[in-house]
Design a protein around this ligand. Structure first.
Ligand SMILES: *[C@@H]1O[C@H](CO)[C@@H](O)[C@H](O)[C@H]1NC(C)=O
Ligand SMILES: *[C@@H]1O[C@H](CO)[C@@H](O)[C@H](O)[C@H]1NC(C)=O
Length: 357
């Protein structure tokens, strides 16, 4: 820092510099160069350009599932009327609060295990948490008090829970980040006015920026949204403009629909075998749920796929992976669902703001 200030002072001097001045300029220039190289070599991922858009490139989705060395092995406790589920990697470098959407819970982010017998491990949500742990982020998930997040009381609650948890585990000095999907996205956008986050990610939500005064130091905000939901896409755009006008760094990642693919389902939902998903796709074609290119014609919530599979006795009456398959169908339809397909870009964004003051 001192080097940069010295060089600024010098470069603003008038042009008739003495030899000594020039030597000093050269010296500070070399110092800055070395400092930059040092910083870059220590930054795992280079800063992406400001406000750049990452467009959806056609990808082979069956190949896309990364392998993780981390495992989901969370701890649980109850606090202030709700459930807190978290996991801290052995050398945590940051804290990430993840807020779920309506009708979901903290336990949907984690696999069912002896530690958490009621955990459901929804496919996209668990992949998101796994990626965070893989990057040595301590992850904390909290269930909302009602079906969706409420703002007044719950903001204080969550702030209190995160702070006491971080202090207890000596994480209070680590950079903090937050990610919220849908109702959780609105919640995180408001929480960021009360808590200090290095940056936030708001997924499939435009945030509550119309209702809050955006402070100057509001954290850099990444919007991940599904463009098929055009009303929301427009709202995201106008909120991005408002944030930008306030001097807040913003960026968007636009998600598009993808064709439903048997490999994709089998790989992303632990417990589904290839034979089953092949039959599922056949049934979907027969029932006309898919168009000729394999895209879903409707959202997973809007088609009677469970009935179609039950009719053909492909699933039992109490099919345990209903919500899991539904989530992947909604993701493929690309209108409103949690997605981990953009993990790389999202975590790159977080990494690039690790050092923000
Ligand atoms: C996608 O990847 C899978 C698995 O590697 C492969 O079997 C399939 O042929 C690929 N599809 C395309 C369209 O490249
Ligand atoms: C949460 O619960 C603790 C312990 O009962 C209490 O001291 C604290 O004030 C509560 N926090 C909020 C925000 O209500």
């Amino acid at each position: 820092m001192r080097v940069r200030m010295a060089s600024e002072r010098i470069t603003h001097k008038p042009s008739n510099r003495s030899f000594k001045d020039r030597a000093l300029v050269l010296f500070s220039f070399v110092l800055i160069l070395f400092a930059t190289i040092f910083l870059i070599s220590k930054t795992p991922i280079l800063n992406p350009p400001l406000e750049s858009k990452i467009s959806e490139n056609p990808q082979n989705l069956s190949q896309k599932l990364p392998s993780f060395s981390s495992q989901l092995n969370p701890s649980l406790y109850h606090s202030n009327g709700t459930e807190v589920i978290y996991q801290i990697p052995s050398s945590p470098k940051a804290v990430l609060f993840v807020a779920h959407g309506c009708n979901l819970h903290a336990y949907d982010f984690w696999d069912k295990s002896p530690n958490c017998p009621h955990c459901t491990g929804l496919p996209e949500d668990r992949l998101f948490v796994l990626q965070a742990l893989e990057l040595n982020m301590a992850v904390i998930t909290i269930s909302s008090l009602g079906k969706c997040w409420s703002f007044q009381r719950e903001m204080k609650n969550v702030q209190w829970i995160i702070q006491t948890w971080a202090e207890k585990h000596k994480l209070e000095n680590l950079p903090k980040f937050a990610m919220g999907a849908s109702s959780g996205g609105y919640f995180v956008s408001a929480l960021a006015t009360k808590m200090e986050f290095k940056s936030i990610c708001i997924m499939i939500a435009e945030g509550v920026f119309g209702k809050i005064d955006i402070p100057k130091n509001y954290p850099p905000t990444l919007f991940v949204h599904m463009v098929k939901d055009r009303i929301r896409a427009d709202a995201v755009l106008s909120n991005m403009a408002e944030l930008r006008d306030t001097g807040v760094e913003v960026k968007e990642i636009r998600c598009e629909e993808i064709p439903l693919d048997a490999n994709f389902l089998a790989k992303r939902i632990p417990g589904l075998d290839q034979g089953f998903v092949d039959k599922l796709i056949q049934v979907f074609h027969k029932k006309g749920f898919l168009d000729e290119k394999g895209y879903l014609k409707k959202d997973g919530r809007a088609i009677k796929w469970k009935e179609a599979l039950l009719e053909r006795k492909l699933i039992p009456e109490k099919f345990k992976l209903f919500s899991h398959v539904n989530e992947e169908l909604n993701l493929a339809f690309g209108y409103h669902e949690f997605t981990s397909l953009k993990n790389d870009e999202i975590f790159e964004w977080f990494e690039s703001h690790m050092r923000r003051n």
